[in-house]
Design a protein around this ligand. Sequence first.
Ligand SMILES: Nc1ncnc2c1ncn2[C@@H]1O[C@H](COP(=O)(O)OP(=O)(O)O)[C@@H](O)[C@H]1O
Ligand SMILES: [Mg+2]
Length: 235
Amino acid sequence: MEDRTILLQATGLAKTFTLHNQGGIRLPVFDALDMAVCAGDCLALVGPSGAGKSSLIRCLYGNYLPQRGSIHVRHREALVDIAAVHPQMIVEIRRHTIGFVSQFLRAIPRVPAIDVVAEPLLARGVDAASARDAAAAVLARLNIPRRLWNLAPATFSGGEQQRVNIARSFVADFPVLLLDEPTASLDPDNRNVVIDMIVEARDRGAGVVGIFHDVEVRRAVATGEVRMNVERDAA
Ligand SMILES: Nc1ncnc2c1ncn2[C@@H]1O[C@H](COP(=O)(O)OP(=O)(O)O)[C@@H](O)[C@H]1O
Ligand SMILES: [Mg+2]
C-alpha cells in the first residue's frame, strides 16, 4: 500500500515582516497558508519573485518564526511543531530530520569541501572514515573534481559551491528535504544528476518541498504544487 504518512504539515501559516529600522513598516508575505507533504511527495512552491517562497522555506526550517499557524514535522515518530518548540529542539530536528539546500552555500572558511559534506553524518555519530567515504561518493556523483575535495569551497565557482551545498544535504538520508532553487546555477549534466537525486529521495520515502525555477526540473521532480502570489498593496 502507498505510504501516506504526513512528514511535514503547515496549517494556517502567516508571515509578516516588520521593518523596525524603517518606521515599523509591515510587509505581509503570506496568510492562512496550508500545505502537507507525505512520504514520496515533492511539493513545488510556485509563484513570482517576491511571493514569499524562500520565506516559507525558511519558516519550515525554523529560521523565521511565523506570526500565526503551526508547522508540524514528523521527528523520531512524533509530530513536533517547529513554530513552537525550543531552539535546542530545532537543532535536533535539523540534525536528524530536515535537510536544507539554501540558494547559496555559506562557506565556512578553511574547511575542506569533503569535510563540509561529511559534517551532517559526523553530527549523527557516523565514524569519520565512513562519513568521508560517503562524502567522496556524493561529491564524485556531482562531478566535483577530486583535486577540489581538500580545498575550502570559498574560492569555488557558483555552480561548484551549489553542488557542495547539495552534496551536504543529500549525503545523509534526511526524511524531509527543503530545496531553494537547487539547480539555479548548474549546467545541464549536473542538473540531471540533481533531478535523479531528488527522484531517488522521493523513492526512498522522503518528503520534499522545493523552489524550482526551471520548468523542466519541476516537471521531472514535482508531484504537486503550492501556488503563491505577491500580496497586493492595501487600497
Ligand atoms: N528578512 C526579511 N526582512 C524583511 N523582508 C523580507 C525578508 N525576507 C524576505 N522579505 C520580503 O518578503 C517578500 C518575499 O520574499 P521571498 O520570500 O524572498 O520571495 P521569493 O522567494 O518568492 O522571491 C519580499 O517582499 C521580500 O522583500
Ligand atoms: Mg527566493
